[in-house]
Design a protein around this ligand. Structure first.
Ligand code: NDP
Length: 489
């Protein structure tokens, strides 16, 4: 045997084309054993606590406060004091400095925040690293730019801040939703009390450290944690504006509570978006868009393209290509840099997905899941697609909020519009075609706040986002996103 042959014999022969594990290091994050509420720039020792876990391993991560009515009240008082004692009167250019500082710190600490987001929420690290964190920082940069230009944004309307904003956010994009809420509120001169979702409080709590590092005056940002009871206390409390993102059911309850109080309200609720594929589209690109539309963030996305409408002539082709592409999705450890689909956020959400998937099978749809080995511990659900779906099936009507796609067909653009609009929701839609005129024709007729053309799930802080019908009202992002936080003459 030659020297070269000897060396070659020692090299392990690859047995397959599996990806080697590529875990992101966890040690950049320091998680405290116990967290209080962040009130008036200080940590308030909580009277009650609960344990927040990692949904990928069910491992406990920290003890977190369950805010009592009294604790929520103190947070609102702190926000009121900060509003009256200087923040609202600060020149816009000064407020902008703080927002720019927060944006830069988010960028500097992005790896730490991304790892924590994936640990606590179960989303793949490549998504928290490449989507959530850059977008969260971009929102602060964007609104920092508006803080001293409100008079130009709303000429001759003399904009003034509303006061104290109570903000309640969900678990699917914890830090990004925080940025969507806090950045415009502060730019407009308001102070805030924010509650993250019960299952994902940790990045909001780490954000308190960012706030301190940016030397934001105490009380401008207050964070209380806990379940829906804490959210309900914020809504009832002495706030001037409520901003909520979450389920339509809770959104409606909040609307009832706020009715007649004079409090401002914006609601960003559920969706059941149509992703519409015409036979003249770039098919492979469309398949990528379909996959991104529904399997991004495990389908825990309010604007997920969960109803796929395929023009009949290309139905077989699309389904074949889609199934093949689904087979390449890697499901598993959220902290592995190769993972495409991470853990389901909570046991309750997993149960909900299972229940809706079972209903799809019972109603007669055909289910497909690519072969994939799911981890034993934690909450997991394989990427799933349903074919032979009728519009009346629950899987075509209800928000599943998981990696589950329903495929339906259409023949003409008019039929596609009619079917796409046949939902109580109206948050987003996607169109795949090479014809610009058809995109415009469709976009005009689709009752959706956002319509993507030849792409999906694209976000930009300069672009307003929000819904029609049961998807809520009010817009976040862009100049429109400032308006709910301002009073005018
Ligand atoms: P919720 O609407 O219950 O949660 C959203 C936020 O509201 C959380 O912070 C929650 O706290 C809080 N909350 C709950 N009840 C109240 C209340 N009565 N008053 C004020 N705040 C309250 O959504 P879920 O987490 O229960 O998810 C259920 C379904 O909602 C999902 O399966 C999905 O279909 C949909 N959803 C839609 C989202 C979207 O972006 N459109 C986001 C999240 C969910 P807590 O976390 O403790 O419950």
């Amino acid at each position: 045997m030659t020297e070269l042959e000897k060396k070659q014999a020692q090299v392990p022969v690859p047995s397959g084309w599996d990806y080697a594990p590529a875990p992101e290091a966890r040690d950049i994050v320091r998680i405290e054993e116990r967290y209080g509420h962040f009130v008036g720039g200080e940590w308030l020792e909580p009277r009650e606590t609960y344990t927040t876990i990692s949904p990928a391993s069910e491992e406990p991560l920290a003890e977190v406060g369950q805010a009592t009515p009294d604790e929520v009240g103190r947070a609102i008082e702190a926000a009121r004091t900060a509003f009256e004692n200087g923040w609202s009167a600060l020149p816009g250019s000064e407020r902008a400095k703080y927002l720019f500082r927060i944006a830069r710190i988010l960028q500097e600490r992005s790896r730490e925040l991304a790892v924590l987001e994936s640990l606590n929420g179960g989303k793949p690290i490549k998504e928290s690293r490449d989507v959530d964190l850059p977008l969260a920082a971009a929102h602060f940069f964007y609104y920092a730019g508006w803080a001293d230009k409100l008079e130009y944004a709303f000429p001759n309307r003399h904009p003034r801040p509303v006061g104290v904003a109570g903000q309640i956010i969900p678990w699917n994009f914890p830090l990004l939703m925080l940025a969507w809420k806090i950045a415009p509120a502060l730019a407009a001169g308001n102070t805030v009390v924010l509650k993250p979702a019960e299952t994902t409080p940790l990045t909001a709590l780490l954000f308190c450290d960012v706030v301190r590092q940016a030397e934001l005056p105490p009380g401008v940002v207050n964070i209380v944690t806990g379940d829906g009871r804490a959210g309900a206390e914020i809504v009832k409390g002495a706030v001037d504006k409520v901003a909520f993102t979450g389920s339509t059911e809770v959104g409606k309850a909040i609307q009832r509570e706020v009715a007649g109080t004079g409090k401002r309200l914006t609601l960003e609720l559920g969706g059941k978006a149509a992703n519409i594929v015409f036979d003249d589209c770039a098919l492979d690109q469309a398949v990528e868009g379909i996959v991104n539309g529904i399997y991004f963030n495990q389908g825990h996305v309010c604007c997920a393209g969960s109803r796929l409408f395929v023009q009949e002539s290309i139905y077989e082709d699309v389904v074949k290509k889609l199934k093949r592409r689904m087979g390449t999705l890697r499901v598993g450890d959220p902290l592995d840099k190769n993972t495409d689909v991470g853990a389901i956020n909570s046991r309750a959400q997993l149960e909900k997905i299972r229940e809706l998937v079972a209903s799809g099978e019972e109603e007669g749809a055909e289910v497909y899941q690519p072969p994939c080995r799911l981890p034993e511990r934690g909450y997991w659900f394989a990427p799933t697609v349903f074919t032979d779906v009728a519009q009346s099936y629950r899987i075509a009507q209800e928000e599943i909020f998981g990696p589950v796609l329903s495929v339906l067909t259409f023949r003409t653009p008019a039929e596609a519009v009619e079917k796409a609009n046949n939902t109580p929701y109206g948050l987003s839609a996607g169109i795949w075609t090479e014809k610009g005129s058809r995109i415009l024709w469709m976009a005009e007729r689709l009752r959706a706040g956002v319509v993507w053309a030849n792409t999906y799930n694209r976000f930009d802080p300069a672009s307003p986002f929000g819904g029609y019908k049961e998807s809520g009202f009010g817009r976040e992002g862009g100049r429109h996103g400032l308006e709910p936080y301002l009073e005018f003459d």
